[in-house]
Ligand binder design. Structure first.
Ligand code: MN
Length: 243
């Protein structure tokens, strides 16, 4: 599992790390789960940037060599859709998604919907997750969408600069509400760029204490992050990225 690579043309080091990861790690896995923000700004499945083409060719190669690819979108690449999925032979994954892997049930999310303390962001999220708004975006030319992506990124950067650190993290009450609703004791997500393994307990609908675990994937920068799942267990890994 990976998330938050934020691949873009201006960071060839990250794209190279992604190619290496696909060829040397993901290719040996049965499945690869991408939990959002693989791309820093996906402007539509007709995106013909260098990075978009690398993403397509790497994911298609994985699928062809026998690794099933599951893709959840994030707040940066919410326009990844059916066309990309059929181009690469990958499967789109809803946010949230309940999955069972190696006999263990878990909930997968991008993580942005858990940041309920950030009211301004939640309002923006409701807008971009609206299908009609997405269709309207996609009806614009590639150039218009690229300009909009640049504007949105600048806007979000200046908005986030004045926000308190904890406002941009997940809300623990929301984490527990979602886990209780889906009846899971394991949640894996990205988005917050705070890679960690949190252990806690929550009270379920029957009043029982549930020992729970929330694993947060890291964003790729100086380090790359991924989670491995096997019969032996679940592990969060990091590795250095040469820039
Ligand atoms: Mn994100």
């Amino acid at each position: 599992m990976i998330s938050d690579l934020h691949l873009c043309d201006s960071r060839p080091d990250l794209t190279a790390a992604f190619e290496y990861f696909c060829q040397h790690h993901a290719a040996r896995a049965q499945q690869l789960f991408i939990l959002g923000d693989l791309s820093d700004a996906w402007v539509g499945d007709d995106d013909d940037s260098e990075t978009a083409n690398v993403i397509r060719s790497q994911l298609a190669a994985l699928q062809q060599s026998g690794t099933q690819v599951w893709l959840m979108t994030g707040n940066r690449d919410f326009l990844m859709g059916e066309k990309l999925a059929s181009d690469c032979g990958l499967h789109l994954l809803d946010d949230p998604s309940e999955v069972e892997l190696y006999g263990r049930r878990m909930l997968l999310m991008h993580g942005d919907s858990l940041c309920t303390d950030d009211a301004e962001y939640m309002a923006f999220r409701a807008q971009i997750r609206n299908r009609q708004a997405q269709q309207q975006l996609l009806s614009q030319t590639l150039e218009q969408r690229r300009a909009l992506a640049v504007a949105l990124r600048a806007q979000s950067k200046s908005a986030n600069a004045t926000k308190a650190e904890d406002i941009m993290d997940v809300n623990q009450g929301e984490v527990e509400r979602v886990m209780c609703h889906h009846k899971v004791d394991l949640l894996i997500h990205g988005h917050t760029h705070r890679p960690a393994n949190h252990e806690f307990a929550y009270t379920n609908d029957s009043g029982d204490q549930v020992r729970a675990r929330r694993i947060v994937l890291g964003d790729w920068g100086k380090l790359g992050w991924y989670i491995t799942l096997s019969n032996a267990g679940i592990e969060l890994h990091s590795f250095p990225i040469d820039s």
